[in-house]
Design a protein around this ligand. Sequence first.
Ligand SMILES: [Zn+2]
Ligand SMILES: [Zn+2]
Length: 346
Amino acid sequence: MSELRQDPTTREWVIIAPERAKRPQQAPKPRRADRLPDWDGSCPFCPGNESQTPPEVFRLPLSGQAWEVRVIPNRFAALMPDGDITRREGGRIFRKMDGIGAHEVIIETPSHNTPTALMSYEQVQKVLIAYQERYNTLKKNWQLKFITIFKNHGQASGTSLIHPHSQLVATPVLAPYYHRRLDVAVRYYADVGKCLYCDLLAEELEKGERIVAQTKEFVVLHPYASRAPWETWIIPKRHYASFGLFPDEHLAELARVLKDTLLCLYRGLDNPAFNYMVNTTITEDEENPYYHWHIRIVPRLNLIAGFEMGSGIYISTALPEETASLMKQVAYSLPEGECPTLKQKA
Ligand SMILES: [Zn+2]
Ligand SMILES: [Zn+2]
């Protein structure tokens, strides 16, 4: 029988219906990404084609000819930096404002065909440094209230270019999904006097059945009310509301955890399309005691259809307890040297 479960961080209900699933692990088959060239002359993100993109706003290394990570404004930006934050009436009940904000692309590597799962830890760490650098630069603009960093990988994720990249969008308005999570976290704090996510981590660690792995600073788990099979969260053990204020000395460990998690999904699900989102607090309230930044990785194995769009209720076809256990099995089945952070005993 299926089960309705409530996500404690959003209070949204999901339907977990494993009988609707095909087998979660498909037989490995070669994907197009496996046969891509390392360099593509028609790709605007490949080295040598820098003139096809707007000038970079950040790069690593900071100087020198060859770059390892580049950040550029999106050439087809949804939002632009100049404008007026004032809300205007668009009728009796309608409200509008200038489309101001920032929309940037983080080109994660010069290599056209190296997804995050196959990058070195050092390279992933550089990507995280670029995220934090751009976050902390853009938050100084008082007009930008909310900054979201995300990655789309694979066709089903909504990406339009293959070259490994992620994006950052800074908006002058609070994003509705964040609004919901913030609201729930504030209420919990008002009732219980503690951070909802710190409490959630404590309970998950006590139960253990949805924990994939833990390191010194992070827990990798499959959430109780996952919206999609193999949805995976990476949560820092220590309380930090903002990704921007997360100590950079822990970014090397985060890079290992993120890369190994993505590699395990890559191996276990044969290079699935996925989205990941860095969920962080608002720029004006970065040291609050109720929100707790984390990364949500959502493999795109199911299509979002009319029911989900119409109701906001997602149907997942796998129990997170089972996928967490499967993910551990995948990690342990990999050769030594692959996914070591998911194999270490806590
Ligand atoms: Zn490329
Ligand atoms: Zn917390």
